[in-house]
Structures are given as C-alpha cells and as structure tokens.
Design a protein around this ligand. Sequence first.
Ligand SMILES: [Mg+2]
Length: 121
Amino acid sequence: MTTVLLIDDSRTSRKMLTEMLENHDFKIIGEARNGEEGYLKYKELKPDIVTMDITMPVMDGIESLSLIRHENENAKVVMITAAGQKEIMMEALKRGAADFITKPFDEAEIIATLMKVEQQE
Ligand SMILES: [Mg+2]
C-alpha cells in the first residue's frame, strides 16, 4: 500500500482527500495543518507521497516543499493548486514538485496523478 501524508490547513480538504484516496490503494499515515508541522511529520513518518497545499499559516507549501526535498532529494511531493496559480506552479516545479492536483478535487484525476507519481523513480 502506498502511504500518504496530507499537508493542508483546510480540514475539509484533508477529509475529502482522505476519503478519495482510501477508496483506492492509498493509506493516509499522517496529516498536518501547516508547512512546518508537515515537514516535521515528513521526517518522522517517511511517507511514499506527500500532498501539499500552498497557502497555509506558519509556513507555506513552497517553503515546506523545499525543506522536504532538502531532507530527501527523491521525496515525492504533489502540490495542490487552484486556477490562476501558474507562477506558483513554476516555482514549485523548480523546487522539485513531482506533480500537481487542482481544486476543486476530482477523484479520478487525483488517483491517476498519485498512481503516476508513485511509479516515478
Ligand atoms: Mg490552504
């Protein structure tokens, strides 16, 4: 089973992602409400995949992505973006994001993206 850490300050988003992913072959092993907490949980839990919101208090998703990739250069971090965030997406790619999923969430798209990321070396 592929293990996932959810990093998102929205409880609703975390709940929706948990339901969608657990309908398939993914196991949520942790949740965090900001980038700093997420980074600490990444080090502790070593998930296969991270889903990372961008706008969060304390530490945003771009900075947390950088820390996680510094910790593990092969870390698979999927960014959660909304329409109109092209510049942020470019910045995330530069910092090693594996892929993107967009809000509003589409279960089929999310599962396809995470399965693709899981297969990446
Ligand atoms: Mg947010």
